[in-house]
Design a protein around this ligand. Structure first.
Ligand code: ADP
Ligand code: MG
Length: 478
């Protein structure tokens, strides 16, 4: 049984049990108080007596003389009626045309007037005190055969206990209904507080979300299951918000990508166009000049080519279209080969490169060699590109830390301005100085980051402007 179900069942039972219980307790207290303080005993006997009297009076009310009013004036009928009623201690007074035509007991005119007057104004209570004796009075309007009007008054003599019993019964009934209504109100209120209110709140939140307002927080409250519902709803909202945010970020990225590509590709292509025009127009009028122009055109074309390569590579990584091919690799040898490959190129730029191996033994790693090679070349390419010293040096250090091998590539080049540091691994990000002086796609480090993260590693940088840059990355050991 769900907790919600239980709650409903308990509420329903409580609506019946609580008023009953309260009524029983209060009724017992009532009996106790009336007995000890007012010295009246409410017994089943007196209640029975009372119901008996009430029943007889009711019977009399709808009895024979109602249908056959002529009997009322018949002496024998009056006598029989008197005998019958005397068994329940009841007297009868017949009034015709404001005159008493029969009375089983000698009542004063004043007492009769009081009875008539009383019955006109009291609907609930019909007990009247006549000369110190309490009576239940029933006044019946009567039309006689000769169309004159009058009354039949029935006066049932009762004792104190019976009156108390009558009051008691009324009290119990009123008490029960009162507690029933109050319990109902309280339980309905608590039900609405724990169920209806949270549901209404959820409804509001849902309509807010459907209007696109994802900032509207759902208050988690109410009974367990409603609470769970609120919680799930809130989670859904947060997920939705997140996905909307990511969507927007993707969209921004795409826009930036397009504007960056168009801008960065335009620069070399514009200059290619210029040089080709120079040749066509005959500005390059000697074979040496033409050769110089063609060389420039070639290098610009290489730039465009490598930018497009970067772009393609990056988008493939982004789309997860480049599955990693992990192979067991000897770290030191691997980095040695990478360095040997780029060394001649660096030498031309007067940069010395050194590999420092601080690994105690040979270490093996599971890496995708082609990809990690690309990372190393991207980083070394930057070191070369942003070198501003006569004697450039690059140190590649292999180190071990905890469960990782750390590769540090340190140069003594231009360094990265502090403000640019947080962004150098972002796509298309290039420091202003780099943008204005060197060609590049701004994707080199972004690609490196993607690859390293694909190896469950981390990449970061330490740099001081004008002194140099260190790019470090970690690779998990076997
Ligand atoms: N070794 C370095 N020395 C100085 N600046 C660097 C170095 N490496 C990276 N940077 C800065 O980080 C930016 C991002 O590098 P990268 O993603 O490779 O793009 P790109 O080389 O095409 O400019 C560069 O534009 C440059 O400003
Ligand atoms: Mg680069």
């Amino acid at each position: 049984m769900s907790r919600l179900h239980k709650h409903l069942v308990i509420t329903n039972i409580a609506i019946m049990i609580v008023p009953l219980l309260i009524t029983v307790i209060v009724a017992s207290a009532y009996i106790f108080v009336s007995f000890t303080i007012f010295d009246t005993s409410i017994s089943s006997e007196s209640i029975k007596n009372l119901t008996n009297v009430e029943y007889e009076l009711f019977k009399a009310n709808s009895g024979t003389f109602q249908k056959n009013p002529e009997f009322l004036l018949d002496k024998d009928f009056q006598k029989n009626l008197t005998i019958r009623l005397s068994s329940i201690n009841t007297d009868i007074v017949i009034i015709k045309n404001s005159k008493t035509v029969y009375s089983s007991k000698d009542f004063s005119q004043m007492a009769i007037e009081r009875c008539l007057d009383f019955s006109k104004h009291n609907y609930l209570r019909s007990t009247v005190d006549l000369d110190g004796t309490p009576y239940i009075v029933k006044v019946i309007n009567q039309t006689f055969p000769d169309t004159t009007v009058g009354y039949v008054i029935l006066l049932a003599q009762i004792d104190k206990d019976v009156i108390a019993s009558k009051d008691f019964i009324i009290f119990v009934i009123v008490m029960f209904f009162l507690t029933f209504i109050i319990t109902n109100l309280i339980l309905t209120y608590s039900f609405s507080k724990s169920m209806v209110k949270p549901i209404l709140r959820l409804k509001d939140a849902a309509s807010e979300i459907s209007c696109g307002n994802l900032a509207h927080e759902v208050v988690v409250e109410g009974d367990s299951e409603i609470r769970d519902l609120c919680q799930s709803f809130e989670q859904m909202r947060l997920k939705l918000k997140e996905s909307v945010y990511t969507q927007a970020k993707f969209e921004d990225n795409r826009k930036m990508l397009i504007s960056s590509i168009s801008h960065d590709l335009k620069t070399p292509i514009t200059s290619i166009k210029g040089y080709v025009e120079g040749i066509l127009d005959g500005v390059a009028n000697s074979p040496e000049k033409i050769e110089k122009y063609l060389k420039t055109i070639y290098s610009k074309a290489v730039q465009v080519d490598s930018m497009i390569d970067d772009l393609l590579f990056h988008s493939k990584l982004d789309l997860n279209q480049m599955p990693f091919n992990f192979e067991r690799t000897d770290v030191y040898n691997f980095f040695r080969h990478c360095i040997e490959e780029i060394e001649p190129e660096l030498e031309k730029a007067n940069i010395k490169i050194e590999l420092i191996n601080m690994l105690p033994d040979y270490r093996f790693l599971f890496i995708d060699r082609t990809q990690i090679r690309r990372v190393v070349l991207n980083i070394l390419d930057n070191s070369k590109k942003y070198m501003n010293k006569e004697n450039g040096t690059i140190e590649v250090t292999l180190r071990e830390k905890d469960n990782n091998i750390i590769v540090q590539i340190k140069d003594n080049g231009a360094g990265i301005p502090k403000n640019d540091m947080p962004f150098i691994f972002d796509k298309f990000y290039r420091a202003d100085t780099a943008r204005s002086t060197k060609a590049g796609s701004g994707l080199g480090l972004a690609i490196a980051k993607q690859i390293i993260e694909g190896h469950q590693g981390k990449i970061w940088s330490i740099s001081k402007e004008n002194e140099g840059t260190s790019i470090l990355f970690s690779l998990k050991k076997l």
